[in-house]
Design a protein around this ligand. Structure first.
Ligand code: A2P
Length: 355
């Protein structure tokens, strides 16, 4: 086996940093590593194996002599530089949503549609994080019972919006905790409420930059931008990307995506309707055997998946499995997974391993 020259675009970001750790942890055969970022991080270094490697500023020559380029620096960077990387003969694994639905671009979760990688023409897309985590549980059930549609709500961690969102949550929590009235739990008067919703010690513009409202002690039913049909882009990705990954053009998904004040790991509450009658016993058997998934389902002992239990873990977890009482052939379940890993960096490295 040869060793590969690897570039990571967005190496200083939340997903990029995780990518370096996954490449290292899984002993990916790396001959050389080129961490790439914007001018903001020029002069910084990243640690890889026992080396400290200077970060390079992205430019048109960044992909010369590169075998595999991982992109995780946002859609605009992918749109401009993925074609340049392909032109330089690098194989690209792109974490943005820009090329995911293109017919000639495989969209791959290795546990589900590994064989689609063979169709690539130099570019493979990594799926949306919430979709990937949901499908880790839904697909094995689909193979047993043939899924028709789902209704779901997601609970998405702030690290999904990058390092600035992580800092924003921390700063807001700190500001709230420094406020005496909040901590003493006295009822809030209007002046204090107004002050707190602008985070006490910082002005609204200083403390709320990534999200349109405070995320600390709050829930935002708003992930990604709104579409004409009232859903957000993130919500519709669940249907479009799941159709492509599962090769199931009739699949339907109605989803509400919610940003929650959790640092890491997304969770999804799913009600799924199937063609075939559901056997709870068989469903649990299927989930227990599914690759990359653990069944954690002993509610009477308070055992169910949670963000804190799946953070920094490769496997997703599924629990709260029950026959859905509102569908004819329905199953309700709760799935959690580390969206920086299975939803991004781990899945990308698994794709590279398939290559
Ligand atoms: P930088 O550190 O220079 O800002 P996150 O998702 O955590 O916000 O990280 C985004 C990643 O994408 C970071 O590594 C960031 O680098 C990188 N990035 C953002 N804009 C650009 C750009 N114009 N060119 C190259 N890399 C970029």
């Amino acid at each position: 086996m040869k060793d590969y020259h690897i570039a990571v675009v967005g190496a200083t970001g939340a997903v990029g940093q995780e990518l370096l750790r996954v490449l290292e942890r899984r002993n990916f055969p790396v001959a050389s590593l080129r961490p790439i970022s914007s001018a903001r991080s020029a002069g910084k270094s990243v640690g890889f194996r026992d080396e400290s490697i200077p970060v390079q500023k992205l430019n048109e020559h960044s992909f010369e002599k590169i075998d595999i380029a991982f992109f995780s620096a946002g859609g605009e960077i992918s749109r401009k530089y993925v074609p340049i990387a392909c032109q330089a003969d690098a194989i690209v694994i792109d974490n943005s949503s820009v090329f995911r639905m293109d017919a000639h671009v495989p969209l791959v979760i290795p546990e589900i549609n590994a064989e689609d990688v063979r169709l690539h023409r130099g570019l493979i897309a990594n799926p949306n994080c919430t979709t990937a985590i949901t499908l880790m549980a839904l697909f094995p059930l689909h193979r047993a019972f043939s899924v028709l549609r789902i209704f779901a709500a997601s609970y998405q961690a702030v690290s999904g919006s990058g390092t600035r969102a992580i800092d924003e949550l921390s700063q807001q929590i700190k500001n709230w905790m420094e406020d005496d009235q909040f901590c003493s739990r006295r009822p809030l008067d209007d002046t204090t409420r107004a002050k707190l919703s602008s985070h006490g010690h910082a002005s609204q513009s200083e403390a709320t930059t990534v999200y349109p409202h405070p995320i600390a002690f709050n829930l935002l039913p708003h992930v990604d931008s709104f579409l004409e049909n009232g859903y957000t882009k993130e919500e519709m990705k669940m249907q479009s990307e799941a159709r492509k990954i599962m090769h199931l053009p009739q699949f339907r998904a109605s989803v509400t995506c919610v940003r929650v004040p959790v640092y890491r790991a997304h969770s999804v509450a799913v009600s799924a309707e199937f063609e075939k009658p559901i056997s709870l016993e068989r469903a649990r058997e299927v989930l227990a055997k599914a690759p990359g998934l653990e069944l954690v389902d002993e509610p009477l002992s308070n055992r169910y998946p949670m963000p804190l239990s799946v953070s920094e873990k490769d496997n997703c977890q599924v629990g709260r499995v029950r026959v859905d009482c509102a569908f004819e052939n329905g199953l309700a379940f709760w799935v959690s997974g580390d969206q920086l890993l299975k939803g991004a960096a781990l899945n990308a490295v698994q794709i590279a391993e398939l290559l």
